[in-house]
Design a protein around this ligand. Sequence first.
Ligand SMILES: NC(=O)c1ccc[n+]([C@@H]2O[C@H](COP(=O)([O-])OP(=O)(O)OC[C@H]3O[C@@H](n4cnc5c(N)ncnc54)[C@H](OP(=O)(O)O)[C@@H]3O)[C@@H](O)[C@H]2O)c1
Length: 273
Amino acid sequence: MSSTSFKVITIAGATGLLGFNIAEAFLNDGSYKIKILRKKPESENKNASLLASKGAEVIYIDYNDKSDLVKALKGTDVIVSAIGGTDLMATQSALLNAAKEVGVKRFIPSEFGCDIKEITGEVHPFHKPKVEFFKELEKSGIEYTILVTGLFYEYFEYLGFDHKNKKATFYADGNTKIVCTSLIDIGKYTVESLKLSEARNGIIRVAGSVLTLNELLKKYEEITAPVPTIEDDFVAYLIVSLDNKNLNNDKFSFTPRPVTEGISDLVKSKYWQ
Ligand SMILES: NC(=O)c1ccc[n+]([C@@H]2O[C@H](COP(=O)([O-])OP(=O)(O)OC[C@H]3O[C@@H](n4cnc5c(N)ncnc54)[C@H](OP(=O)(O)O)[C@@H]3O)[C@@H](O)[C@H]2O)c1
């Protein structure tokens, strides 16, 4: 690992599920000044208040107003985008244009799933804004890092594992391997990626666990009751896109949380009761 010359990190979308974990990891690391961008108008938000109480500077901006963005980004070395929603392309493009103007050194786009560089042929509408934005980012000349993390542990229900009703639905062959990672580790991977030379204009691929759907089901059965099936094209597409080639886990300083911890958390979580 090399040391980082970055000092100021600006995180967009830090109030979201992913962004909050990334912002917390940066604040826990303690080496950087952290700014978080929130879209106007000002509104109460538990995550934003928590991050502010830990030292983040919260800045409200209008993503359609370039001067607003330029002012907010001044002094920023790295932008981490964890933006969600349907305007991903427009919002990240606005951020990128302002970033170029103020000399931001690196842009980590809102990816955190599969490797968009590996997507060939007709692009699924879900990935279209991500693929198009990546082309813009590459052209911009600003350094980038794409973090490929697979599915979040916290999203297993989406994959077909229904804790509440103790039912499992397979949307792909049970021998299909999936990559998955906990949000807390994704935060840590994002922070440490700044110290990796491979992350400069690179794709960093990490995994908390790599296992087949059958293996995941077995782990569920150890913790909760079993679960069987319906068809869904989109989920099937997502599962197949979660490949596990050339992982960079060995470049990082910590061991990720095992998948059983992720399952236990979900089962215990009030949200799933
Ligand atoms: N691999 C996986 O399993 C997985 C699962 C879920 C998501 N993801 C990816 O992770 C990323 C973040 O997803 P998420 O679910 O955490 O996001 P999210 O909760 O939907 O949104 C995160 C934050 O983005 C800001 N935001 C939302 N819409 C916006 C807009 N139109 N313009 C500007 N800001 C906007 C909001 O913050 P403010 O209101 O504070 O500005 C919001 O709290 C996405 O790229 C998503 O595809 C991956």
